[in-house]
Ligand binder design. Structure first.
Ligand SMILES: Nc1nc2c(ncn2[C@@H]2O[C@H](COP(=O)(O)OP(=O)(O)OP(=O)(O)O)[C@@H](O)[C@H]2O)c(=O)[nH]1
Ligand SMILES: [Mg+2]
Length: 188
């Protein structure tokens, strides 16, 4: 794996600024790849393989071109997250709603990511709402201390789940898809 995808290593002489992206971050196993697949294809396929580097997907919806970039959430890849923050248009932060133990680390990393950008829109997906032990939205709001993240930015907290393979895309992910397209068209 090359740790740096091509967009960050523009060849000499090409000064075109890299395009802004929708970053999809969150701890390993939160469901980033699975969510992204549903949003991009309107089909459901729960992912089975951890992302070992980057996962870039381009989605065209009506007039809006959206470039999603997932960076894997394993510890060794988290150091790359901040490299992509300067040109991010929207941060989508995915958490596993049933992973109670790792909420403190998920919170810490989220706060670090947004601390220097008080107006960046943030969308938090409280994923795996289908699991029995899933925290509800209010608990997740508290566990991630979202009230401390700032009141100047647009912030969304949405409960989602990726349906099982072969089923229809969940309504929560449909709504998420619409909202992302709307935000991207407003912000671009
Ligand atoms: N029950 C349930 N399982 C899910 C859901 N979303 C994803 N999964 C499962 O959770 C595991 C991790 O999903 P991924 O999409 O690979 O997670 P990721 O955030 O991309 O993980 P990394 O790439 O390692 O950072 C897989 O076994 C998925 O099938 C969900 O909403 N509910
Ligand atoms: Mg992944």
């Amino acid at each position: 794996m090359s740790p740096v995808p091509p967009e960050l290593s523009s060849p000499a002489g090409q000064d075109k600024p890299p395009s802004k992206q929708i970053l999809v971050l969150g701890l390993d196993g939160a469901g980033k790849t699975s969510v992204l697949y549903s949003i991009a294809t309107n089909q459901v396929k729960r992912n089975t393989v951890p992302t070992k580097g980057f996962n870039a997907i381009c989605v065209n919806k009506e007039e809006t071109k959206m470039e999603f970039l997932e960076i894997g959430g394993s510890e060794s890849l988290r150091e790359y997250w901040k490299m992509y923050m300067p040109r991010v248009l929207l941060l989508i932060y995915v958490v596993d709603s049933a992973d109670h133990e790792r909420f403190p680390v998920a919170k810490k990393l989220l706060h670090q990511l947004v601390q220097n950008n008080s107006t960046l829109p943030v969308m938090i997906l409280a994923n795996k709402q289908d699991l029995e032990g899933a925290y509800c939205i209010t608990d997740i709001h508290d566990a991630l201390a979202l009230s401390e993240i700032g009141d100047k930015r647009k912030m969304f907290l949405i409960g989602t789940h990726v349906a099982q393979d072969g089923l229809e895309i969940s309504s929560s992910l449909k709504d998420t898809q619409e909202l992302i397209a709307q935000l991207a068209s407003e912000t671009l």
